[in-house]
Design a protein around this ligand. Structure first.
Ligand code: 5GP
Ligand code: MN
Length: 336
């Protein structure tokens, strides 16, 4: 890691203009990473533009307010031109080029120098410089650690601090997952010393629900929750599956079911859960687990996905009912 940090330092010193990129369906850590790095670069007198495959949920948009962002799904020609002309690219919060969806072709053929900073397990080397720490709580925490080691903390301004706090907060379930340690809290302390109003960040993300969104969640929990934790072949597993029609009925928007899978995991005795959703672009799965039950290998083996031990995602090309049938049939193996 030391060598890679020296290379990162040189890369930052030797370039003036950067592209910053994160994964499709960007979450808080993805948005926090690109926004935080953008504000750090700005405060250091550098130029940067953020490229995202598609927009995040509405509650995350304010964190991109002062950031120049191009969305590939909206302005593909402009993104193509930016990628063709850039010399320096920083990829944040993803571990393989296929995590950027349709943007993968441009990423794979990028001709300049590139860096990855990420915390997902099993990284695939698609950049020249690779900084990876799968034990880390979040990419935002890892960015802070990297900048600290190359003596750049003074250039983390208020906006960068707010962004990095966002990513640490969302990727740790508000500082409660096993990945949180004393260093996480020390870094949060440093971010607070930059003057952030931490409660406003929590309110922005968690107290901005639309009524329809809460009604969708209520419906999902009361009508669509299935638990497999009773009967002769009981396993501590639960799932919710939502069809396209059901999502539309509640006027579904990106992010509306964020965190719903954790509600399943909060049920007493339940150690693993999945939410399956029939989105416009196919069936998406979001897995969570705890207590030494690991879910990422399962997501990888059966559902073209992956992720962390306790939080993973995937997709399915089968129908919703066939997908559910496969999950129920295969899931016992994670408990064996
Ligand atoms: P979420 O359930 O919040 O969408 O994703 C949970 C975790 O799994 C995130 O860390 C995310 O990066 C990872 N993940 C989600 N979908 C996929 C996927 O399709 N492939 C891989 N490799 N990881 C995924
Ligand atoms: Mn992350």
């Amino acid at each position: 890691m030391q060598d890679e940090l020296i290379r990162l330092q040189q890369f930052l010193e030797n370039n003036h203009s950067f592209l910053l990129m994160s994964h499709r369906a960007p979450d808080g850590d993805a948005v926090g990473s690109v926004a935080g790095f953008y504000h750090y670069l700005s405060a250091s007198g550098k130029d940067a533009i953020v490229i995202l495959p598609d927009p995040p949920s509405d509650v995350l948009l304010p964190f991109l307010k002062d950031v120049p962002v191009k969305y590939f799904n909206e302005e593909s020609d402009q993104v193509d031109a930016l990628m063709s002309n850039a010399n320096a690219l920083i990829c944040l919060d993803f571990n393989a080029s296929n995590r950027v969806g349709d943007l993968q072709g441009l990423l794979d053929s990028f001709k300049g120098q590139s860096v990855m900073i990420d915390h997902h397990p099993d990284p695939v080397k698609f950049t020249e410089i690779v900084i990876t720490d799968p034990e880390n709580s979040s990419t935002c925490q890892l960015i802070f650690e990297c900048l600290e080691k190359i003596n750049q903390v003074e250039h983390i301004d208020l906006k960068a601090a707010e962004s990095l706090y966002l990513g640490i907060m969302t990727d740790t379930g508000s500082f409660r997952f096993p990945s949180v340690n004393a260093n996480t809290h020390r870094i949060l302390g440093s971010l607070m010393q930059k003057g952030i109003k931490h409660w406003m960040i929590h309110q922005q993300v968690f107290d901005n629900n639309r009524v329809e969104q809460l009604q969708l969640r209520g419906y999902a929990i009361s009508e669509k929750l299935f638990l497999l934790n009773s009967g002769p072949n009981a396993i501590p597993f639960g799932y919710i599956a939502l069809s396209q029609e059901e999502l539309l009925r509640f006027n579904y928007k990106a992010g509306d079911t964020e965190g719903l899978v954790n509600v399943i995991l909060s049920i007493e005795g339940i150690k693993a859960a999945v939410i399956v959703q029939e989105k416009r672009d196919g069936i998406k799965l979001s897995f969570r687990s705890k207590d030494n039950v690991y879910i990422n290998e399962f997501a990888k083996k059966y559902f073209n996905g992956g992720g962390h031990k306790y939080a993973a995602g995937g997709s399915s090309s089968d129908s919703l009912s066939v997908t559910i049938e496969r999950i129920v049939r295969l899931i016992p193996e994670i408990f064996s």
